[in-house]
Design a binder for this molecule. Sequence first.
Ligand SMILES: *[C@@H]1O[C@H](CO)[C@@H](O)[C@H](O)[C@H]1NC(C)=O
Ligand SMILES: *[C@@H]1O[C@H](CO)[C@@H](O)[C@H](O)[C@H]1NC(C)=O
Ligand SMILES: *[C@@H]1O[C@H](CO)[C@@H](O)[C@H](O)[C@H]1NC(C)=O
Ligand SMILES: *[C@@H]1O[C@H](CO)[C@@H](O)[C@H](O)[C@H]1NC(C)=O
Ligand SMILES: *[C@@H]1O[C@H](CO)[C@@H](O)[C@H](O)[C@H]1NC(C)=O
Ligand SMILES: *[C@@H]1O[C@H](CO)[C@@H](O)[C@H](O)[C@H]1NC(C)=O
Length: 357
Amino acid sequence: MRFTSFTYIISLAALARVQAKPFPQTDNLNLPTHTVASFNQTGSWFENLAVRPNGDLLVTMMLPNPTLFHVKSPGSADAQLVPLYKFPNATGLVGITETGNDRFAVNMHNFSAFVTPVADTGAVWEINFSNTHRDDFTAREVTVIKGAGLLNGMTSLTGKNSKSPKCKAETSLIVADSYAGVLRRVSLSTGSDEILLDAPELKPTTDSPFGVNGVHVWGTHLYWTNTALRSLYRIAIDSSGYPLKSAAVEVLLSLPDISIIDDFTFDKKGNIWAAASSNNTMLVIYKNGGSKEYSTYTSAAGEVTSLALGGVTATAFGMGRDSNTLFATTSGASAVPVNGTVTEPAKVVAVDLSSVL
Ligand SMILES: *[C@@H]1O[C@H](CO)[C@@H](O)[C@H](O)[C@H]1NC(C)=O
Ligand SMILES: *[C@@H]1O[C@H](CO)[C@@H](O)[C@H](O)[C@H]1NC(C)=O
Ligand SMILES: *[C@@H]1O[C@H](CO)[C@@H](O)[C@H](O)[C@H]1NC(C)=O
Ligand SMILES: *[C@@H]1O[C@H](CO)[C@@H](O)[C@H](O)[C@H]1NC(C)=O
Ligand SMILES: *[C@@H]1O[C@H](CO)[C@@H](O)[C@H](O)[C@H]1NC(C)=O
Ligand SMILES: *[C@@H]1O[C@H](CO)[C@@H](O)[C@H](O)[C@H]1NC(C)=O
């Protein structure tokens, strides 16, 4: 249990007064989910997703091959999963983020085995659509990062969805390196890269090789999850993405009962929707007031014995009429099968948040 019975009673009282806001902090919100589209073979793995301005989704495949998929009309009954581009010089894709108007950065590696990258193959590419109402695009390699461990979540300081009004003019990316336990900063114009932050709160442990995993900017701070340390952190940054000289890493929340905390996204109020992969669960981490910001969380959808969000990896809000839909990618529980044995093909799931937003 994550809440004392006292908190629980208070929450029920709050729930009786207002229907949707603040969120009911029950054990599991059990928000409705449905499968948008599935791949066609088991052992497949979707790792992350981004949303085009026209509402279509872009989904990275880590297994079995380095294909970027398009999900057309993800909010409709006839959503379609279509291969868009198979990258050369890599065997699996990992992170994706919007870098500008209908432009996206994707990172990838040559893997010699499951999550075992070949040294010096961590690459960042950029996909640039020519027109929001069309699907033609150009693809270019931005850089291959020498010495990268495992490139993972990414965030940009240029995306038009960037929540920070201060972060407009930059053309750089912040890339989580889970194995090296650092945040890297990559220039999209020159391809140069540097270590943005190296701190104990980014590191893996002897129990898990996955340190920093998801990374996102919200307001004046950079937030990240650390899988090995089962925690959420942030640090204040300047308009170029660099930590303020005076800033210290803050630990916001510890998630001791979440074996693998993966990527996450913010809703417009600042609540965090996070993928708890081996728990097959979507979590909501509440933006409470004052000093209690991000100190409580609960399961929002899925459950440990269900494939509904089996091996969920990342989350993103839809556009336009899908803005109350949280889309999620899954690995089909490939790494940690449900009930010890049950897996399925990777898929994209829609979680309906209209009752709580
Ligand atoms: C599975 O989907 C991929 C990509 O859409 C396609 O290339 C492949 O032919 C499909 N395989 C089968 C068995 O349908
Ligand atoms: C693939 O990598 C090789 C060197 O490793 C490079 O010469 C080639 O241009 C790359 N291909 C693409 C399409 O980037
Ligand atoms: C990945 O492996 C292929 C085949 O060995 C090689 O051609 C390619 O250059 C490698 N990619 C990188 C980024 O080194
Ligand atoms: C992206 O593509 C558009 C349309 O082809 C082009 O005008 C623009 O310069 C490209 N941007 C970058 C950064 O490559
Ligand atoms: C997550 O899964 C682990 C292992 O099955 C379990 O011990 C833990 O209670 C689960 N956490 C939640 C929030 O369900
Ligand atoms: C896992 O086991 C539970 C309890 O037997 C069962 O209710 C559930 O349907 C199983 N899940 C799957 C995906 O088979």
